[in-house]
Design a protein around this ligand. Structure first.
Ligand code: SF4
Ligand code: ZN
Length: 308
């Protein structure tokens, strides 16, 4: 409990004080405020349209279940839009099994159609298989790189099956800033703002309705909404470069609240100005900044190794 009243209703039951804005919230007003902020983000960036068939990427973690819950509320304002949930199972025993179970339970409670696709179905191998047989090391890629890039591709393939018009992911402000930093550290300058709707022929746009919400607020939302938290941690998480960046940025934001918003605005001012037109991948036709997209490149390398 924090001293002082809720900035919205005056209740003395304050559960959260937002340091970067100075507002305080009781539980109910915080939950409502999160929905309003996501609604405002959607309208500010025109992320969704009234007739959209929205494919929500539901990993089964707290972020994606929170997103599903909030979109379920917001979608009621758009009676001609529809929601479906898609889970991509990359094949990490225990960790993903638990997440899938949570996703099945949660989508069932909300009555949202839910479909699960495995890496095996799309690519012919699971993530664990190619780590355990040494291929990930041979092609010199971290598990998270393979997992992230191929999950993204799998999600697009799944969304095409349902003729989805937009893919919504639960990337938070923190995720987006981490990715921008990772891109800078890799020397990659050919990238575009993440989670903003960009239309192009034959492409399913991807949007991130949590792009202006810090990760810890999503955690709080999940906690106060009784959303299930996972007990298993991904066994490959600690090997990721993202983890290092996350630790640094979390510490920095704690010390200097509002830094993540400042970083978002600096990065995006530059990217919006220098945005280049996407090319299409020669193999799969998806938008990319190179001749063959990263997903096709990784898939090809693994498939070649598996054939040997
Ligand atoms: Fe995949 Fe890495 Fe996330 Fe594990 S931590 S699910 S390997 S991206
Ligand atoms: Zn491709």
């Amino acid at each position: 409990m924090v001293n002082g009243g809720c900035s919205v209703c005056g209740s003395s039951e304050v559960v959260y004080r937002r340091r970067y804005s100075g507002e305080a919230f009781c539980r109910r007003c915080f939950l409502e405020n999160m929905v309003s902020r996501v609604r405002a983000t959607i309208s500010r960036y025109e992320l969704l349209k009234p007739f959209d068939k929205i494919v929500v990427a539901v990993s089964g973690g707290k972020d994606s279940l929170s997103l599903l819950k909030i979109l379920y509320k917001i979608e009621k304002d758009f009676p001609r839009a529809s929601l479906i949930a898609v889970t991509i199972d990359e094949g990490i025993p225990e960790y993903r099994d638990e997440a899938v179970k949570n996703a099945v339970k949660y989508t069932g409670n909300l009555g949202i159609p839910h479909y699960i696709f495995g890496f095996k179905e799309f690519f012919g191998f699971t993530l664990t298989e190619i780590i355990e047989n040494g291929i990930a090391d041979i092609i010199n890629l971290q598990p998270c790189t393979i997992c992230g890039v191929l999950r993204r591709k799998a999600l697009t393939l799944a969304a095409r099956k349902f003729e989805g018009t937009v893919i919504a992911t639960a990337h938070t402000l923190d995720d987006i800033i981490q990715t921008y930093f990772l891109n800078v550290l890799r020397g990659d300058t050919r990238f575009t703002p993440i989670g903003i709707r960009r239309e192009a022929e034959g492409v399913i746009p991807r949007v991130a309705p949590f792009r202006l919400i810090p990760e810890y607020e999503v955690v709080l939302y999940a906690y106060f909404s009784d959303i299930l938290f996972q007990t298993h941690v991904c066994p490959y998480a600690e090997r990721s470069m993202r983890d290092e960046i996350r630790a640094f940025l979390t510490k920095y934001e704690e010390k200097f609240p509002g830094s993540l918003f400042a970083a978002l605005s600096s990065f995006e001012n530059v990217y919006m100005r220098s945005m280049q037109k996407d090319m299409k991948c020669r193999m799969c036709g998806e938008p990319t900044s190179r001749e063959i997209c990263r997903a096709c490149e990784i898939e090809e390398k693994i498939t070649q190794r598996l054939k040997r």
